[in-house]
Design a protein around this ligand. Structure first.
Ligand SMILES: [Zn+2]
Length: 669
């Protein structure tokens, strides 16, 4: 493209064409939903969600999640729950290629809207409306069905009236900023010029809590707020930027991410949030919703910037925090989870303890929001770079057939055991030999990536944290082999006591927690004083504590999805240990091993890989609470390890239900 030339609004043959130009600001363009067909563990996760848990919700529908579309009945939290449900139901059905299921549902929505003359009742706030529009727009992008687009447009116009009316109330409630990206997206697809100023006005007037979002993100030195709202505040400006071109919008999102990484990011890849963001700490909790919302922040900034680092953030959130705070059956979620927790229980936690596994927490946001994580990830496994060709963004087993501009139809078959394995192979089958670039994401942690084409290793080293571009002629059967060696990396921290974050006078305050433990990074680790956390590539590892599930009789339990507390099993290895690390090269203290996984088990049910190492007991380190209701503690500092070395096993955080991630250590040798 020559300088100054404005590209035409795109119609890539993958999703409906935009009616306004984005002038090259969408650096990585998503394919139409459903274009990428996952075939490995990601597909298995989606099937478990769609055929098990989601079907159960449809059958029970006790919260009117579906009916609220049809009869306009009041909905919990301004349509939030119903919106989460609809977004995941449509997304998962498209991901699995289940056209009948999605068509039946959307036809019912369209018919009901026609009958009553509108789609959503006045019970839907700007937040709930955004979620419903997001769901139907996903359907529109997959099918081009203009009826869905028109319905969404009508909802936005109703909200525009509300925004301009002194009596308007649909932006008064929670999360009003959410409609911003829906308006920008509708501007793109309908060409309605009222929609973009509406998006900009929403961001100027509201964040998710009702403050001016843009000014706060661009000017404040520290960001605070409820973590779900907080993530939404950061995400929407990047979505709007693609259509507005206002550099402040992109800068607001970028700055939001940097301040979060500095102040609130936990080792498992998601900020603290119980429920406001709350600094860093080994026992500080994160709400499950935040794991989904933070991954969406990564996806949005990835699209707007084309920078690989934002994809790193999204996948780290999913592989670690998201997978580690839900059960493999997809129905039981921990409302809150933490890096260090020797129980996942209804008694542990600083604020309204909800760390147990349950199919229905109160509020029910997390159980419904959890299922909005997989399809946005799959839809972006392959994307279209602005400069042409194809980009491999998120690695995993999948197939797809796409029209590459200037190259015709190309089929891709990808095999990758990622993130558990390091090897990715991609077979490229263009309908006829053609030249086009294939870009490969090299994660920021990968400094030794290797690329081969048809068995021949390419010279030069792909740079970590960038897209490595292979611009060449391709013929059917050509094969790319990508090796992503995963180094063990260590983080060191110092724990300190700080005042409790929550209002100690609040009736829900747990008097066990008048103070809390914070963490700050240290450069020179001292045994006895500091803690270590271990990662390998995109996976964070935690000390394996064999879990014991205790079913808790509970009115919230449903068939097949019990309410459970998890504690260390009687025959679990001791958890009160210090890792025994090699003093000269601590990273070399670990042996990477493959572990046997029972046949037929679900992804993340059992760890398929681990890091073996040595440890020494810390006899003085004991659980708090009582023997039948233990509580997580840190050792007394300076801690003292003594006795014989024992074997320890660290496993991926996402495969743990209870765990210790920040660990004491000793240096040997
Ligand atoms: Zn939640």
């Amino acid at each position: 493209m020559s300088a100054g030339e404005i590209p035409k609004p795109r119609a890539m043959g993958h999703r409906p064409p935009l009616k306004v130009s984005t002038e090259g600001r969408e650096r990585l363009i998503a394919l139409a939903p459903g274009c990428v067909r996952p075939t490995g563990w990601v597909r298995k996760v989606a099937e478990i969600e769609a055929d098990g848990w989601m079907e159960m919700i449809v059958r029970k529908d006790e919260h009117n999640l579906r009916k609220s579309f049809y009869n306009g009945s009041p909905t919990p939290h301004g349509g939030e729950w119903s919106g989460y449900w609809n977004d995941s139901f449509i997304g998962l059905a498209l991901l699995l290629g289940d056209k009948d299921r999605v068509r039946e549902h959307v036809e019912a929505v369209l018919a009901a809207a026609q009958k009553k003359g509108k789609f959503l009742s006045e019970h839907y706030s700007g937040w709930g409306s955004h979620l419903q529009i997001r769901a139907l727009m996903t359907y529109y992008e997959a099918t081009g069905d203009e009826r869905a687009l028109n319905l969404c447009h009508r909802v936005a116009l109703e909200l525009l009236d509300d925004l301009n009316s002194p009596d308007g109330h649909r932006f008064d409630g929670d999360h009003p900023v959410n409609m911003a990206s829906s308006c920008a997206q509708l501007c793109g697809y309908t060409g309605d010029e009222r929609m973009l100023p509406m998006a900009e006005e929403i961001m100027a007037r509201f964040d998710a809590g009702g403050l001016p979002n843009l000014r706060r993100l661009l000017e404040d030195d520290r960001l605070a707020g409820h973590c779900v709202n907080y993530c939404e505040d950061i995400r929407h400006p990047a979505d709007v930027y693609i259509f507005s071109g206002n550099p402040d919008h992109l800068q607001a999102s970028r700055r939001g991410v940097e301040l979060t990484l500095r102040d609130h990011m936990q080792v498992h890849g998601v900020p603290t949030g119980n429920e406001p963001v709350n600094g860093k700490g080994p026992m500080k909790e994160t709400e499950h919703c935040d794991t989904v919302e933070w991954s969406l922040v990564g996806h949005s900034l990835l699209a707007a910037t084309g920078e690989a680092r934002y994809a790193d953030l999204a996948e780290k959130a999913l592989f670690n925090a998201w997978a580690g705070s839900r059960k493999w059956d997809a129905g039981s979620i921990c409302y809150n989870h933490a890096p260090n927790q020797i129980t996942a229980s209804s008694w542990e936690g600083a604020w309204v303890p909800r760390m147990n596994y349950s199919p229905y927490h109160q509020p029910q946001c997390c159980n419904l929001n959890s299922h909005r994580a997989v399809h946005p990830y799959v839809f972006r496994m392959w994307m279209l770079p602005l400069d042409g060709g194809l980009a491999a963004v998120y690695y995993g087993d999948c197939r797809l057939k796409v029209t590459v501009p200037g190259a015709g139809v190309v089929e891709l078959i990808e095999r990758a055991d990622y993130p558990f394995g390091e090897d990715v192979s991609i077979t490229i089958n263009p309908e006829a030999p053609a030249r086009f670039p294939v870009s490969l994401r090299i994660p920021g942690w990968c400094r030794e990536a290797e690329v081969s084409v048809n068995g021949e290793r390419l010279a030069g080293k792909p740079k970590a944290g960038t897209f490595f571009v292979l611009d060449r002629a391709w013929k059917p059967g050509d094969r790319i082999d990508l090796r992503l060696p995963m180094p063990v990396t260590l983080e060191w921290c110092e724990a300190f006591v700080e005042p409790a974050f929550h209002d100690v006078n609040h009736p829900d305050f747990n008097p066990e927690h008048t103070t809390q433990i914070g963490l700050r990074a240290v450069e020179n680790p001292i045994p006895g004083r500091h803690l270590v956390a271990v990662s390998r590539g995109p996976l964070v590892y935690a000390l394996y504590i064999k879990p014991k599930f205790i079913v808790e009789p509970h009115e919230q339990a449903v068939e097949g999805y019990p309410v459970e507390n998890v504690v260390p099993a009687e025959d679990a290895s001791p958890w009160n240990v210090a890792l025994a690390l090699n003093a000269k090269r601590p990273e070399d203290s670990f042996e990477f091993v493959r572990l046997d996984v029972p046949a037929g088990s679900a992804p993340f049910q059992y760890p398929p890989v681990g890091l073996r190492c040595k440890a020494r007991p810390i006899p003085d380190w004991k659980a708090g609470g009582t023997s039948d209701r233990p509580l997580t503690t840190l050792p007394e500092f300076p801690y003292k390890a003594s006795g014989e070395e024992i074997d320890a096993l660290l496993v991926p955080f996402g495969c743990t239900r209870i765990r210790l991630t920040w660990l004491p250590f000793v240096l040997d040798g």
